[in-house]
Design a protein around this ligand. Structure first.
Ligand SMILES: *Cc1c(COP(=O)(O)O)cnc(C)c1O
Length: 488
């Protein structure tokens, strides 16, 4: 590594008595903290000078990889470029210094941000109204399912306890249904990767609350039978839920509301650009069609202090609050999304989906002689290979992913979706130039060649990273997450 300090913990760099900060002179006199509130011994804090701290964290940050370092084709995660203007707006002191309980008349600008974003999302999705409260995609799913449950209950329809979810769905779908107290019923996919309508027909009855669909689905394919599925689901009295976590390819192509969906969530951090690696900040606004607005969580916009005082956080009713702690959702993410939408404008927003789709298809077609493509045909923003085409080399998807790191690329999503044994899921996004994409294609071809001529170099990759191949099983079963555990 570029610096000897790499690998040290800040605690290891500590020298007794070193200081990086001193408190200003006391101008206010002494206050004696009651002894029962005082610590018995000093907190174990590292003692370092400022330069040591700055170097330590700067060196660590240089071992990071993000969209701003290089190509990041992590399927399903939409690691698109986050324009700098988003950060400028999110960091404006006029926004960062707001308090959620400020009187309404002092936050009219922020309220305007809510109102404008709600309207923009409604127009983009073809729905009536959005709540901006939920903090992530999964949180949005839960909110949406609570809305659906509240809708059925408002009609006195209490039998509906099942949610139908395709076997290719993102794992959060069944998890959200379970958290909402609903039963998960799986509907099969056809060999072409679409929801199997015949299988669905056998599952529909008056105990079904909703059908959850992801479109394009997890294989990157646009579901072909949505009009028929929506008709069947509505005929049995259930509602259609759209997992819009990956709305990116739909921008400029079609709208969930027009397809017959009743409720949906959008991952703003994916489609509308917020840096979100490593579980970073998100927002999962939920939209509903006309007629369902009354089931949205309250406070789609700001609350008065009187309102806040009356919040019942234990209230399970969907009409209650969904974001405990933050009354108004993840405001900085909402700001970035609105900035992104307004910066691009209507015309350019319509190019996002087609360009993301073009990039994905270009990579897919360029690599399908070397990598096994289980589902042929036009994909949307992403697609899945089932490992290398030549299975005789013994080189796995894991090996390919690790070897990509040696060449300076982030790995694609691997071993998801679970429909194939060697899934390798690639999503380039619309931002990448043809040069970058061609560079990636060349490296993927080179790795396929290495797998034949020198498989050991692929199987033992990565060779250029600070840490070589980690033992996944050991790391999962015996994670070392505390400084003390390392010492021991
Ligand atoms: C990312 C994703 C989710 C979950 O979103 P989070 O913000 O991570 O909770 C749900 N569904 C699909 C299809 C996704 O890609």
């Amino acid at each position: 590594m570029n610096n000897k300090l790499y690998g040290n913990l800040i605690f290891e760099l500590s020298k007794q008595g070193r200081r990086g900060y001193s408190l200003p002179k006391n101008q206010f006199g002494e206050y004696q903290i009651p002894t029962e509130q005082c610590r018995k011994e000093d907190a174990a804090l590292p003692e370092c000078d400022e330069m040591t701290v700055v170097r330590h964290y700067t060196n660590h940050s240089e071992n990071n990889f993000g969209v701003n370092n290089g190509f990041y084709p992590l399927g399903s995660c939409t690691m698109k470029y986050n324009p700098v203007i988003n950060e400028e707006v999110a960091n404006m002191p006029e926004f960062t210094s707001l308090h959620p309980m400020q009187p309404e008349e002092t936050v009219t600008g922020a309220l305007d941000v809510y109102d404008t974003l709600q309207k923009q999302l409604s127009a983009i999705a073809g729905l009536s109204k959005f709540t901006l409260n939920p903090f992530a995609g999964a949180h949005g799913e839960l909110t949406g399912l609570m809305i659906i449950r509240a809708y059925h209950e408002s009609r006195g329809d209490k039998k509906r306890v099942k949610v139908i979810i395709p076997d290719s769905a993102h794992g959060t779908n069944p998890a959200s249904a379970a958290v909402c107290g609903l039963q998960v019923v799986e509907v099969k996919s056809t060999a072409q990767g679409y929801v199997d309508v015949n299988d669905l027909k056998g599952l529909l009855d008056d105990t079904v609350a909703a059908m959850m669909m992801t479109n394009p689905n997890t294989l990157g394919m646009f579901e072909q039978d949505i009009p028929e599925i929506a008709k069947l689901v509505h005929e049995c009295g259930a509602l259609m839920y759209y997992d819009g976590a990956n709305l990116n390819p739909m921008l400029g192509a079609s709208r969930p509301g027009d397809m017959g969906f009743d409720v949906m969530h959008i991952n703003l951090h994916k489609t509308f650009s917020t840096p979100h690696g490593g579980g970073g900040p998100g927002a999962g606004p939920v939209g509903v069609r006309a007629g369902l607005e009354q089931f949205l969580p309250k406070a789609s916009s700001a609350l008065s202090i009187a309102d806040v005082k009356h919040i019942d956080f234990a209230d399970e009713d969907a009409g209650g609050r969904i974001s405990v702690g933050g009354y108004h959702g993840n405001f900085a993410v909402l700001l970035r999304a609105l900035t992104y939408i307004l910066t691009l404008g209507r015309e350019n927003l319509k190019l996002v989906g087609p360009l993301a789709t073009l990039n994905a298809n270009y990579i897919k077609e360029s690599l399908k002689d070397d990598y096994l493509l289980p589902i042929e045909g036009l994909c949307k923003h992403e697609f899945v290979f089932d490992g290398l085409r030549d299975k005789s080399t013994g080189v796995t998807t894991m090996d390919v992913a690790k070897r990509l790191l040696d060449y300076g690329y982030h790995a694609p999503t691997i071993y998801f979706p679970l429909l194939f044994h060697e899934s390798l899921m690639i999503e380039p996004t619309e931002n990448e130039s043809k040069d970058t994409i061609d560079g990636f294609i060349a490296v993927m071809k080179k790795i396929a060649e290495e797998a034949k001529t020198n498989p050991d170099i692929v199987k033992s990759a990565p060779h250029n990273t600070p840490i070589g191949r980690v033992d996944d099983v050991l790391a999962a079963k015996h994670p070392v997450v505390k400084f003390k555990d390392i010492e021991a």
